[in-house]
Design a protein around this ligand. Structure first.
Ligand SMILES: [Zn+2]
Length: 228
């Protein structure tokens, strides 16, 4: 259950995230019911081989016309099971999620298919399991030509522009550390998490050196805490 729709505006439009990053559109933000200082968004990735919707928020069904105007949605991918809290009035698109988080999702959504391994959709959208925040958390790396966008869900989220690891009491710290080590080796220049602090930037442009130093700082803090 979630109260998110009660206080949120209906989503009827999508916003271009950044004029320097063609093909990336965002829903309006919605507050997390249990952490209202954090808001979440869904993102449409516009691709020649079929648009992909990444993440979930409530009431995406109200934006059907906006999605159609951009070419519709061929698939929706969730990063992890917590997004199933946002299942009110969903879009009509086949839903994909890692098999380890599917049990949390099937309670509220029809899941078209699950996956368990790293693989690439067509030749530009890579599905990369990054367990830790939840067992089935999965990052998506979209090669948009000029830019390479990494969707990290809650594994890395943004707070005042800072990258933060999504370590909950229910998370597997060692798995999250291993996943951040994996993400550290990926080639990307835009970070697009599900969650960001309200009113703050919700995507982060970066480069190889900057991404590695941010991830190294997160890893150092996580390892310090795990050795206590
Ligand atoms: Zn989460």
């Amino acid at each position: 259950m979630t109260q998110a729709t009660a206080d949120s505006q209906p989503i009827t439009e999508l916003a271009e995230v950044d004029s320097r990053i063609p093909g990336l559109y965002a829903s309006a933000p919605q507050p997390l019911p249990f952490e209202p200082s954090i808001s979440v968004r869904a993102f449409l990735v516009r691709r020649d081989d079929g648009n992909v919707l990444v993440y979930s928020v409530d009431d995406l069904g109200s934006a059907s016309a906006a999605f159609d105007a951009l070419g519709g949605i061929s698939r929706q991918y969730l990063n992890h099971g917590h997004e199933a809290m946002f299942s009110e009035n969903p879009v009509d698109a086949p839903l994909f999620v890692h098999e380890a988080d599917a049990p949390a999702v099937v309670e509220t959504r029809d899941v078209r298919a699950t996956f368990s391994r790293r693989h690439t959709l067509d030749d530009d959208f890579e599905v990369i399991p990054t367990p830790g925040h939840t067992p089935g958390a999965t990052a998506y790396l979209w090669d948009a030509g000029e830019h390479r966008l990494l969707f990290t869900g809650d594994s890395i989220y943004l707070e005042g522009g800072r990258w933060k690891p999504g370590l909950l009491a229910s998370s597997d710290r060692d798995a999250l550390i291993a996943s951040l080590e994996l993400i550290r080796e990926l080639d990307f220049d835009v970070l697009v998490p599900w969650a960001a602090a309200v009113g703050q930037p919700y995507h982060s442009t970066t480069d190889r050196t900057d991404a590695r130093s941010r991830i190294d700082a997160m890893l150092a803090r996580l390892r310090r805490r795990s050795s206590r």
